[in-house]
Write a protein that binds this ligand. Structure first.
Ligand code: UDP
Length: 250
C-alpha cells in the first residue's frame, strides 16, 4: 500500500531512500515500464497550470519528495512526510545498488559530453558499474525515434533523463511504453552536478533546506525560477491551505 500525501493537488509518496530503492528493485524484477518522478516545489507549481504534466505526476509509479519546501508544506498541512529523496541522491544510490546487483544505467540528456562525465563520476565512485549508454539528444519530438533506437539497442535496466521538468517527465511518459526499460526517472540538473558543471551545494546547506539560497548565489540569473520554487510555493500552500480549512470549518 502506498502512503501518499497530497500537496496542492499533487500526490507524493511518503518514502525514505531505502524504500525507494526497494521499489526500484521490485520494478526491475516485475519488468514492464515504471516511471519515477522526484517532486519538488517547482513541479507542483508547474502542475497547477500544465494538465499533461499533472496527469504524468498522478500516474507515476513512485513520486518522491524532493526538496525542503515539500517537507515543510506537508508538515504545515498536518500530513508530515518522513524525509526527502532527491533526484541526485536517488541517482547516486541507484548507481551503488546497480554496481552491486548488476543493473545497467542509461544517461539521457544534458549538454553534449555532460552525461559521459556524469557516468564516469558514478563509475569512479562505484567500481564495476555498468553504463549501457550516454546520449545528450534533445527533448524535441523529431529526435525521439533515434533516441529510442539507441536505448532499445542498449537495453538498460534504469533510464535517467535530464531534460529538466516538465519536458523530461513528459518525454518518459510518451516514450517508455516503446522502450522495454523497467525504470525511468527524470533527474533534472543531476548530470550537471555529477559532472561538476554546476557546483553542488555544501552538505550543511542541503541539510538546513537552504539549497535554494545556494542556487540563488551561484546561478543568480535563475532568480525568478528559484523564487517560484521556494517562497511563492510556500505562500500558495499557506493561502490555499487556509481557504481549504475555512471551507471545511463551515
Ligand atoms: N536540458 C537538455 N535539453 C534541453 C533542456 C534542458 O539537455 O532542451 C538539460 C540541461 O542541460 C540540464 C537539465 O536538462 O542538464 C535541466 O536541469 P535543471 O536543473 O534546469 O532541471 P529542473 O530543475 O528544471 O528539473
Amino acid at each position: 500500500m502506498r502512503k501518499r500525501v497530497v500537496i496542492l493537488g499533487v500526490a507524493i509518496d511518503d518514502v525514505l531512500m531505502d524504500e525507494a530503492i526497494a521499489a526500484v528493485a521490485r520494478f526491475i524484477d516485475e519488468g514492464g515500464p515504471h516511471q519515477i518522478v522526484t517532486v519538488n516545489p517547482e513541479f507542483v507549481m508547474e502542475a497547477r497550470r500544465n494538465r499533461a504534466f499533472r496527469r504524468v505526476l498522478a500516474a507515476a509509479d513512485l513520486a518522491t519528495p524532493d526538496g525542503f519546501g515539500i517537507i515543510l508544506a506537508a508538515r504545515w498541512r498536518g500530513t508530515p512526510l518522513r524525509g526527502r529523496v532527491t533526484g541526485i541522491d536517488l541517482t547516486e544510490r541507484i548507481a551503488a545498488e546497480a554496481a552491486r546487483r548488476g543493473w545497467s544505467l542509461f544517461l539521457l540528456g544534458a549538454a553534449p559530453g555532460v552525461a559521459e562525465r556524469a557516468a564516469a563520476a558514478l563509475q569512479r565512485a562505484n567500481p564495476g558499474l555498468r553504463i549501457a549508454g550516454c546520449y545528450a539528444g534533445s527533448p524535441r519530438p523529431s529526435d525521439e525515434p533515434l533516441i529510442r533506437e539507441r536505448i532499445l539497442a542498449a537495453r538498460p535496466d534504469v533510464l535517467l533523463v535530464a531534460y529538466g521538468h516538465p519536458a523530461q517527465d513528459l518525454w518518459i511518459a510518451r516514450n517508455q511504453p516503446l522502450l522495454r526499460v523497467p525504470v525511468a526517472i527524470g533527474v533534472g540538473g543531476t548530470f550537471d552536478e555529477l559532472a561538476g558543471v554546476v557546483p553542488r551545494a555544501p552538505a550543511l546547506m542541503q541539510r538546513l533546506g537552504l539549497k535554494w539560497l545556494y542556487r540563488l548565489i551561484v546561478q543568480p540569473w535563475r532568480w525568478r525560477r528559484i523564487m517560484t520554487a521556494a517562497p511563492l510555493f510556500l505562500w500558495t500552500v499557506l493561502r490555499e491551505g487556509r481557504a481549504f480549512d475555512a471551507l471545511h470549518a463551515e
